[in-house]
Ligand binder design. Structure first.
Ligand code: GLY
Length: 349
């Protein structure tokens, strides 16, 4: 097992390894010996891992309740959070009690957001069960729910107190879920680590725990320097700004990882064609994406993508920050005038 320490406003550890669900009780009890636990999960994850996790929590002497909602992004809404908050209140939870989020990004983002507002803030633990949640959303304290106008528009920065990534849970992921995680992992390599890029491109099942740990270390380093997303943390959005536009244009039929892959390919091609990036870089990135069965283009037209890109919440004033690779392992924040976004996308498609 590997332990990564995160130094943010709340200091916490990320534990990565096999068999951690069975040790969840022992590890959580060590931090919160007298707390009640609300285990939050969706119906699919709960049917796979809920009983095992509850058994571990109760065996260690923790008093547990659980809140299970229907799987799906459409449930990541204030109405579900309200139901969870009412359950916490009905169970007489207080500020000294905790939430444990068991699942992928939807579960973690929503349970974390509920933790940030219940009694003006209680502690929570992340137990990610998807690759995407393991390498991205469970670490760094971005919590949120969706509004009708867009994803993650209502949220808070609220760091977890512990992250337990049991790599055994990855065995039940569908191919598409693995691809979604690999897309984010390749992103870390493009941002700042060419060696990781190569390793993700050629990954073997046995390397997965070490690769997850490397991605978490990179995220830890970036988030520790910019917890509230005012500077370098924006680098983590590589592929996301245009990727979100592709997801939204498809009414979310295109998954997050696939959107990020397409967004990454577009910014890489545009950066190279505009003379900002090293020659051959875009081809290398697209080749790696294809090797991982990830898409590198979209049929949505440039006007649609530009309009959706400009409605991104990262847009401010007359410019938008696009994250642009100059070479594999070297990525920068590049401000683009709103009027130039359409051309940037057109050049990169
Ligand atoms: N997922 C990007 C971030 O945590 O900043």
């Amino acid at each position: 097992m590997q332990i990564i320490k995160v130094n943010t406003s709340t200091e916490y550890e990320v534990h990565i390894g096999k068999g951690l669900l069975c040790r969840a009780g022992e590890k959580i009890r060590a931090l919160f010996p007298n707390s009640k636990v609300m285990l939050v999960s969706d119906d699919i994850v709960f049917s796979l891992y809920g009983e095992k996790t509850l058994a571990s929590l109760t065996a260690s002497g923790l008093e547990c309740s659980h809140f299970v909602f229907k799987n799906g992004e459409e449930r990541k809404r204030l109405s579900t959070v309200e139901d969870l908050l009412e359950s916490l209140a009905d169970g007489h939870f207080t500020r000294s009690d905790i939430i444990v989020a068991l699942g992928g990004g939807v579960v973690g983002d929503m349970a974390g957001f509920a933790a940030s507002v219940f009694c003006r803030g209680i502690k929570y633990v992340q137990i990610p069960t998807t690759l995407l949640a393991a390498v991205d959303s469970s670490v760094g304290g971005k919590t949120a729910v969706d509004l009708s106008r867009g994803k993650n528009l209502c949220g808070a920065f609220w760091q977890p107190s512990l992250v337990l990534c049991d790599t055994d849970t990855l065995a039940t992921l569908k191919d598409l879920d693995v691809q979604n995680g690999l897309s984010e992992m390749l992103k870390y390599g493009v941002i700042c680590n060419k060696e990781l890029f190569e390793k993700v491109k050629n990954y073997k099942e046995n390397d997965m725990a070490a690769l997850i740990a490397r991605c978490v270390e990179i995220k830890r380093d970036i988030v520790s320097g910019d917890e509230f997303d005012r500077g370098n943390r924006m680098l983590l959005n590589l592929g996301h700004t245009i990727g979100h536009a592709v997801e939204a244009a498809s009414n979310f039929a295109v998954t997050h990882g696939h959107g990020v892959a397409i967004g990454l390919a577009i910014v890489a091609r545009a950066a190279e064609k505009m003379g900002m990036a090293k020659a051959g870089m875009a081809n290398e990135i697209c080749h790696a994406l294809s090797a991982l069965s990830l898409p590198t283009s979209t049929s949505f037209d440039t006007d649609t993508l530009a309009a959706l890109t400009l409605s991104d919440k990262k847009s401010s004033g007359d410019s938008i920050s696009l994250i642009v690779p100059l070479d594999i392992g070297n990525t920068v924040i590049h401000k683009v005038k709103r009027t130039e976004v359409k051309n940037f996308i057109e050049v990169g498609r």
